[in-house]
Write a protein that binds this ligand. Structure first.
Ligand code: 9MR
Length: 290
């Protein structure tokens, strides 16, 4: 099903720091290669995800008390190696993931404490050095519509561009919940202002989680949310990737993170299409000509 239904894949875990550099200087790409080889065998593209993130970091990073210069050298080694490894084989990289906190400040990671916002500039410069041809993205959640956090992300991206940082796009993760579907016009407006900065926009991790059990009403609302997001992204000239964060409820990050919640994806646990699947198919078939 993965081979048949999709043309872009994102490895959910296998390119993250802990997986590719579990011990300092000890890089391992077997798992990530499996995904990339699968994609290439099926004429699919790959989104590189994610070079710097505060989660899924190995112990040697989690326990580190590096100086500013040590962080820079650790990040340069990591980014050069990983981006170099997949040069020409991914369509973009999520270079920095979730650097803005939910209160719209900068997330207080060890490296932010040591380096301030400069770590972001540094990461993008390193990635650009390693593969000058690959588009580089900033990726975050809860920043799909308009609000304090998406304003903070917008302001951050504007600062980066003003400083000449090589950044080309922004990922809107689109993790939605039954309690809150962002207003469509706000998503459209957010994409427009990001595009006005000259950035590409990808919908990177869409899912729509519900409190179980599912009911016909919940399935219908979920279908509407998926279709709404696909429609907005199809209508935005700056947006050319729409990604779901998994395609079967059998494999989803949601149940283990939110007790009692789940059923967030477009096929059920037995890989049977849900109303959301049919809604996406209908939008792709019947949506306005473009
Ligand atoms: O879905 C991913 C899950 O399987 C992993 O255990 C987790 C930690 O690596 O990361 C999840 O994906 C996250 C993504 O990389 C960034 N945005 C939030 C996603 C859900 O936590």
């Amino acid at each position: 099903m993965l081979a048949r239904e999709f043309d872009v894949l994102t490895p959910e875990r296998s390119m993250k720091f802990e997986r590719v550099q579990p011990l300092r200087g000890d890089f391992t790409f077997a798992e990530a290669d499996t995904v990339v080889n699968f994609a290439e065998a099926h004429d699919q593209r790959v989104r590189g995800h994610a070079l710097l993130w505060h989660q899924m970091i190995p112990d040697w990073i989690r326990d580190a008390r590096f100086s500013r210069d040590e962080w820079k050298s650790v990040f340069r080694d990591h980014i050069h190696t990983v981006v170099g490894q997949y040069r020409g084989r991914v369509i973009c990289w999520d270079v920095v993931n979730e650097a803005v906190s939910d209160d719209a400040g900068m997330r207080g990671t060890l490296w932010h404490t040591a380096m301030g916002e400069e770590y972001i500039d540094w990461a993008f410069h390193c990635a650009h050095e390693a593969d000058p041809g690959v588009p580089l993205f900033y990726n975050d959640f809860g920043t799909d519509d308009l609000g304090p956090k998406s304003n903070a992300v917008y302001a951050l991206l504007k600062r980066l561009l003003e400083r000449g940082v090589p950044i080309h796009g922004v990922g809107l993760q689109m993790h939605l919940t039954q309690q809150w579907f962002p207003p469509v016009h706000e998503i459209a407006e957010n994409i427009r202002r990001l595009a006005d900065l000259g950035l590409r926009v990808h919908i990177t991790e869409m899912d729509v989680r519900f409190r179980r059990p599912m009911t016909p009403g919940k399935l219908a609302r979920q279908a509407t949310a998926y279709r709404m997001a696909l429609q907005v992204s199809l209508e935005a000239a700056a947006c050319d990737v729409f990604t779901v964060w998994g395609y079967t409820d059998r494999y989803s990050w949601v149940p283990s993170h939110f007790r009692g919640w789940g059923a967030a994806l477009i096929c059920d646990q037995k890989l049977r299409p849900k109303p959301a699947y049919r809604a996406l198919a209908a939008e792709l078939q019947d949506g306005p000509e473009r």
